[in-house]
Every structure is written in structure tokens, then in C-alpha cells.
Design a protein around this ligand. Structure first.
Ligand code: COA
Length: 263
């Protein structure tokens, strides 16, 4: 388990992650699993789910996987119902499923824009909506994975900027509506994270990587464990009065605003 968190912190808890078969969200699944949680992962491709389950179970984690598209409410509700039957009520929902491709608006079809909005905004709503009645309350929480594009405009990312801004507003409104039920809702906004598909696309060669590193105030890329540490904190009792917040974990990158992209 990364960082400062003690073994068994999440023993007996059930953590459900969408997009949990790869990338940052898979590392979150590993971190919560090592902290004792039972892990349910949901993703589209069965072969990626199988590989993730092999990894998690190899680490001694109790884990199950479900194949569904976050755009399909009935499929999400069905998968969560099965997960609750297997592992009990949900303690933590992590919405990590997201869509992205770099394209200027004029090279993007209406359907391309819609695909990302549907995966990110509708998908996050669907998962939160389906999870609400399956939470163990009070004390459950949602963590939505956002991005700097929610508040910083980026060329070639009109769809992602619109979608992630929508995700953050869902975080804030659901936090208001669900606080009384004892359900906290927060976002984490990761900056450029090493060893991810996004980073290999953005800066796959050493020269581009150096440029990215030197344009971040902390002068390094983030790690998946940096994000896992924020998630372990946000889902813990130490964060019991935190809701509706957007946690940037980006080495200060958002302080650069749009300048980051022009560097
Ligand atoms: N440039 C322009 N348009 C693109 C595109 C690209 N690189 N990739 C996909 N699209 C368009 C498609 O052309 C299609 O529009 P059309 O019907 O008008 O042709 C639309 O997006 C939907 O594509 P489809 O193939 O039906 O896939 P989908 O709805 O299942 O989702 C993605 C498409 C690209 C959003 C999704 O597969 C994805 O996000 N993949 C990458 C995952 C990833 O990187 N995750 C990390 C997120 S940070």
C-alpha cells in the first residue's frame, strides 16, 4: 500500500470502481485492496477485467469483475446489484471510466463529442444514481475522477473540457443533495501521471517528457500512487467533513492555466 496509510484501514469495506481494469483506477483498486477492502471492478472489455482480477487476486485481494458500459443504466444497476449480493453494501464508489481522444472541434463529429459527454457525464450520473440505494449509510462516499480540463481550457479537448466540467458540477450538486444521507461526494483531478495511456500519448518520447516535467511547478510527473494516496485519504474517516471538493493532485500544474499547454 502506498504512502502513510496503515494495513487493514479498509478491512470489511466494499469499494466499487468503474474503469477499474486499467490505468490510474486499477492502481486505486490495488491500493484499496491492499488496505483490506473487497474490490468490485466494472469495465467494458472482459479480457481487461480478467487481467485486472488476476493481478488483484495475486496480491491477496478479494475481487470480482463486471462487464458493462457506464452509458447503459440498466447494465450498471444490474452489475452493482450482483456486487452487493457478493460483497455487501457499497462503502466507496470510484467513477473512473472516461473517454478521450485529441481532436480539434472541426475534426470531431457530433457523435464523437457525444461519446465523451455520454461516457463521462451520463456515465458518472448513472453510476452515482444506481449506487445511492446500495450504499452503506451513513459513511459511504463517491470519488469522481476529474481532470484539469474541467477548469482549464485546452485546444483539441473541447469534448473533455465540457465533460469534466460537468463531472465536477455533478460532484458538487450530489454532495449538496446527499450530505443529509451521510454520503460524501468529491472529485480528484490528476495532472500528468506517469505510466498512463494519456501520458504516453501526450509525451511518449524523452524530449516531450522533459518539456512536460519542467513545465510543472513540482518539476516531475505524478505517480499513480500519488492519486491512490488522495483516494485513500478522501474515503477515510479522516476526511469525514470533506464533501463537494475538487482535489487537484497535479504538482501545481493547474496554477499554470492554459500556459501549460502552450509550453
Ligand atoms: N478523432 C475524432 N473522432 C473520434 C476519434 C478520434 N481520434 N476516436 C473516436 N472518434 C469518434 C468516432 O469517429 C465516432 O464518431 P462517428 O460515429 O461520427 O464516426 C465516435 O467518436 C464514437 O466512437 P466509437 O468508436 O463508437 O466508440 P465509443 O463510443 O465506444 O467511444 C472513445 C469512443 C474514443 C471515446 C472511447 O473508446 C475511448 O475513450 N477510448 C480511449 C480510452 C482512454 O483513453 N481512456 C482514458 C481516458 S483519459
Amino acid at each position: 500500500m502506498p504512502g502513510i496509510f496503515r494495513d487493514g484501514l479498509y478491512a470489511g469495506r466494499h469499494v466499487f470502481l468503474t474503469g477499474g481494469s486499467s490505468g490510474i483506477t486499477l492502481r486505486l483498486a490495488e491500493a484499496f485492496g491492499k488496505a483490506g477492502a473487497k474490490i468490485s471492478i466494472l469495465a467494458r472489455k472482459q479480457e481487461k477485467i480478467d487481467a485486472a482480477l488476476t493481478l488483484l487476486r495475486g496480491q491477496g485481494t478479494t475481487a470480482e469483475g463486471y462487464s458493462a458500459d457506464v452509458r447503459d443504466y440498466a447494465a450498471i444497476d444490474g452489475a452493482m446489484t450482483k456486487a452487493v449480493t457478493a460483497f455487501g453494501p457499497l462503502d466507496v464508489l470510484i467513477c473512473g471510466a472516461a473517454g478521450n481522444f485529441p481532436a480539434p472541434a472541426m475534426a470531431m463529429s457530433s457523435n464523437g463529442f457525444k461519446a465523451v459527454l455520454d461516457i463521462d457525464v451520463l456515465g458518472t450520473f448513472n453510476c452515482c444514481r444506481a449506487a445511492f440505494e446500495k450504499f452503506r449509510t451513513p459513511g459511504a462516499c463517491v470519488i469522481n475522477i476529474s481532470a484539469p480540463q474541467a477548469s482549464v481550457p485546452y485546444p483539441m479537448q473541447s469534448h473533455v473540457c465540457a465533460a469534466k466540467a460537468g463531472v465536477d458540477m455533478l460532484t458538487r450538486t450530489l454532495a449538496m443533495e446527499w450530505g443529509g444521507a451521510g454520503v460524501r461526494v468529491n472529485s480528484i483531478s490528476p495532472g500528468p501521471i506517469d505510466e498512463t495511456e494519456g501520458m504516453s500519448r501526450l509525451a511518449g518520447d524523452p524530449e516531450s517528457r522533459k518539456k512536460v516535467e519542467t513545465s510543472i511547478p513540482m518539476q516531475r510527473l505524478g505517480t499513480k500512487d500519488d492519486i491512490a494516496n488522495v483516494a485513500l485519504f478522501l474515503a477515510s474517516e479522516a476526511a469525514s467533513y470533506i464533501t463537494g471538493s475538487i482535489y487537484a493532485c497535479d504538482g501545481g500544474m493547474q496554477l499554470m492555466g492554459g500556459a501549460f499547454m502552450t509550453m
